[in-house]
Design a protein. Structure first.
Length: 204
């Protein structure tokens, strides 16, 4: 498999890459899930690769591309990833393989990447024409409340996520669009409007 290449002018007319970022706990995954169901565009969520083991019910190629540490490292060294990183110091790597994304774009899909700000900046080196959207909270206090309401993590992990959010929020100004996630329904409508307008501009 060769490293990902920038899209040609023909590829740009076929599909569109969409980057959606935002701090952990802001509700990106839920929003994107609803967006895929409700928006009229040919949306597709890119499947990430990971070195962690599959959880119950997860399928290779559908939920993630599950790779061994060795295979992931080989592909990373060969330049097969648009972006990749080790997450939260757990020893597990996550990344976006370039060729599946390029193939979907060639098929006319509007491919969504749900990635962090560092990954987004890296992907833009290959796809500078990507639509970039930052989904954020009203403020850090609101984000902290959401993280605590989930009741899934201890205090140490909550503080790590809040510290990461403090680092990520200043990057929001580098995105074309900033959407505050007050309610899931409104945020999905806002994102769909952004993408529909971009599609209409391309086709006029």
């Amino acid at each position: 498999m060769s490293p990902p290449q920038p899209m040609s002018s023909t590829d740009r007319q076929a599909g569109q890459l969409i980057i959606i970022s935002g701090p952990s706990g802001v509700g990106k995954t839920t929003v994107i899930g609803q967006l895929l169901k409700r928006c009229r565009l040919p949306l597709e969520l890119a499947v990430s690769a990971t070195t962690r083991q599959p959880r119950a019910g997860e399928e290779h190629g559908k939920d993630y591309f599950f790779l061994s540490q060795e295979e992931f490292a080989q592909r990373r060294e060969a330049g097969h990833f648009l972006e990749c990183c080790e997450v939260f110091g757990r020893g597990h790597w996550y990344g976006t393989l370039g060729e599946p994304v390029a193939a979907s774009l060639r098929d006319g899909k509007w491919v969504i990447l749900e990635i962090d700000v560092q990954g987004a900046m890296k992907v833009l080196e290959t796809y500078p024409q990507a639509i970039t959207i930052f989904v954020g909270p009203e403020n850090l206090q609101e984000l902290e409340q959401r993280l605590r309401q989930r009741r899934t993590e201890d205090e140490e992990k909550i503080q790590k996520r809040l510290e990461r959010a403090r680092h990520e929020l200043p990057f929001a100004e580098k995105y074309q669009h900033f959407v505050v996630n007050e309610t899931i329904a409104q945020t999905v409508d806002d994102l769909c409007d952004i993408l529909s307008q971009a599609h209409d501009q391309e086709t006029t």
